[in-house]
Design a protein around this ligand. Structure first.
Ligand SMILES: C[S@@+](CC[C@H](N)C(=O)[O-])C[C@H]1O[C@@H](n2cnc3c(N)ncnc32)[C@H](O)[C@@H]1O
Length: 278
């Protein structure tokens, strides 16, 4: 569920707000941990909940989020380390971490801080999702879908190898396996005594093949590539992927100039909630 506006993708989290992920409670105060630089999730939380506090340990991220959310009076953006905050104990109804838990060095200290900050009955909501999958637009070409999956994952692994290994370090991978992997066998619930549940939501959106560069730029890995090698080199690499996709769809490369050739972009959100006992 992404929309392109002024050349950038806005991740739309509106499906989450008011969903069962947050329970029936009317949430008055929500903490978003590791908000990153765009404020997309905080913006949606602010449409429903009384007060949203968005934190990140990185000052640049905090400044970018502040400017992205200018004018939203019920959102506060702060530079704070989520492992040791100065918020009062039992002061949040929910704590949300999107694509953040496994990036925190010292996840156990973070979880202890979560336990301190949550009110009884409050919940920790952890969201994780892969970049995206590309499928045929009609969703009825199983063989083509498998071929598309193959070219997209081979392309991303190869084209952005250096950036991927810097971003997805051994420590982050280990954290992911221990704390964030929805299929992990041990370590659930994240906090002792809490009850937990895992939801999965797939967002599907039909997009023109030509939109792929902008969609890929939603990922920090691709943005790092562009910062290092420039936009032209990025477009050349993605064009290689676009040509392979067109081949699988049995379309001529020139067709993209005369008609819209669509693919389905699928994003799987894995959402884990851990509820603090009363
Ligand atoms: C992968 S980014 C996710 C950003 C955003 N939530 C999203 O989904 O696009 C992880 C974020 O967590 C932040 N982070 C990592 N460790 C942190 C900590 N100890 N306290 C607060 N933020 C932290 C990083 O600075 C980074 O902005």
């Amino acid at each position: 569920m992404s929309s392109i506006s002024s050349g950038r993708i806005e991740q739309d989290f509106s499906f989450l707000v008011g969903s069962s992920v947050f329970g029936d409670l009317h949430l008055s105060r929500v903490l978003e941990v590791g908000c990153g630089g765009r404020g997309d999730l905080a913006r949606h939380l602010a449409t429903v909940y009384d007060a949203v506090v968005a934190i990140d340990s990185d000052l640049d991220c905090v400044r970018m989020t502040e400017s992205a959310l200018t004018g939203l009076e019920n959102v506060q953006v702060l530079q704070t380390d989520a492992r040791a905050t100065e918020f009062e104990s039992s002061s949040f109804d929910a704590i949300v971490a999107c694509r953040t838990l496994h990036f925190v060095c010292g996840v156990q200290s973070f979880l202890q801080e979560v336990d301190r900050l949550l009110k009884p009955g409050g919940r920790l909501i952890v969201l994780n999702y892969p970049l995206f999958e590309v499928k045929t637009a009609g969703g009825n070409g199983a063989t083509m879908d498998r071929q598309l999956e193959g070219v997209v994952s081979a392309f991303c692994g190869e084209a952005f190898k250096e950036e991927l290994s810097a971003y997805w370090s051994d420590q982050v991978a280990e954290n992911f396996c221990r704390f964030s992997d929805p299929d992990r066998r041990t370590g659930r619930p994240l906090l002792p005594g809490y009850s937990s549940e895992v939801f999965s939501v797939t967002i599907k959106k039909v997009r023109n093949v030509l939109d792929l560069p902008a969609l890929l730029l939603d990922s920090a890995v691709c943005r790092q590539f562009v910062n290092k090698h420039g936009e032209e080199e990025f477009k050349v690499r993605v064009w290689d992927l676009q040509r392979k996709i067109l081949l699988i769809l049995k379309r001529e490369v020139e067709d993209v100039y005369f008609e819209e050739i669509d693919v389905m972009i699928c994003t799987d959100f894995y959402i884990e909630t851990s509820i603090k006992p009363h």
